[in-house]
Design a protein around this ligand. Structure first.
Ligand SMILES: [Zn+2]
Length: 280
């Protein structure tokens, strides 16, 4: 198995929304905000090469929406979705499997691109099967007022029309060493990849624990559809991760790629913070 992690790019989001009920005096000590109260997040994607498969987990925003849409996103830096793959020796045609943790626009937008000529859309990874949980798919295509800005038709429907969509019903092992947990608090059917690499277990925590600052149980995003469920799901994962010395990988943390955990008087907290490459 070969593993890679790369930052597609950074974007900005309201710090208050990202930390829910936690007052700014507290969260701003651990995650800095700019003069507009925006904080910078990364879009780290995971590549897993195993058993003849090249798996890509999440694809960033993509580029299909207009300037007005992206004005609020404040994109900067990063390697870019395709360039990041190329930098690690892969072309888009090499990707056999794309996993969307969920269908919010910053996670799946890059999977579909505008056709080079004319109207319509193509898959960015033409040979890949695109995997989404059935719960998330059904939830997203039905859409709802609360998540309407995040579930964008042009990111989602072309995947179904391409015939490359695979819906996942249950959590568990998908490929040797590559398993999924399915969560419901952030949005129903959020898939969390768990990778078994030699004697290590690596969890790509996605939007369940978007940054290392979200490890305390009540430090949650106000985007979560069901906060109490998020707390329950985090507690269960963090306990197991502590017991079995899992490595957590953060998709959105501008400062921290990975950490392991320790128990403190305040609860489970990061022990050592390190880069993804330090795992190997
Ligand atoms: Zn999300």
């Amino acid at each position: 198995m070969k593993l890679h992690l790369y930052n597609i790019g950074n974007f900005k989001i309201d710090g208050g929304a990202m930390f829910g009920v936690i007052p700014k005096v507290l969260w701003s000590r651990v995650y800095s905000a700019d003069e507009n109260n925006l904080i910078q997040l990364t879009l780290r994607s995971l590549i897993v090469e195993t058993n003849g498969h090249v798996i890509l987990v999440d694809t960033g925003w993509g580029e299909k929406q207009d300037e007005k849409f992206f004005r609020h996103v404040h994109k900067s830096g990063g390697e870019g979705l395709i360039q990041g793959l190329i930098n690690r020796g892969y072309n888009p045609e090499d990707v056999t499997d794309v996993f969307f943790t969920h269908l919010h626009a910053d996670h799946c937008g890059g999977g579909v691109k505008r056709k080079e000529e004319g109207i319509g859309y193509d898959l960015t990874f033409p040979k890949a099967t695109y995997h989404v949980s059935r719960k998330q798919w059904e939830w997203a295509v039905r859409n709802n007022l609360r998540e309407a800005d995040s579930f964008l038709e042009e990111n989602i429907l072309p995947v179904e029309q391409s015939g490359h969509l695979n819906l996942i019903d249950e959590e568990g092992e998908i490929f040797p060493g590559f398993s999924l947990l399915i969560c419901y608090g952030h949005t129903p059917g959020l898939m969390i990849p768990v990778i078994r690499y030699k004697d290590k277990t690596i969890v790509y925590t996605g939007d369940l624990i978007p940054t290392s600052a979200h490890i305390p149980l009540i430090w949650n995003m106000s985007y979560d559809i069901e906060s109490l469920k998020t707390i329950e799901e985090k507690e269960k994962l963090l306990k197991k991760a502590l017991e079995q010395n899992y490595i957590l990988v953060f998709q959105h943390d501008q400062n921290v790629e990975c950490c392991n955990l320790e128990m403190t008087p305040k609860g489970i907290r990061p022990k050592e913070k390190f880069s993804f490459s330090a795992i190997f």
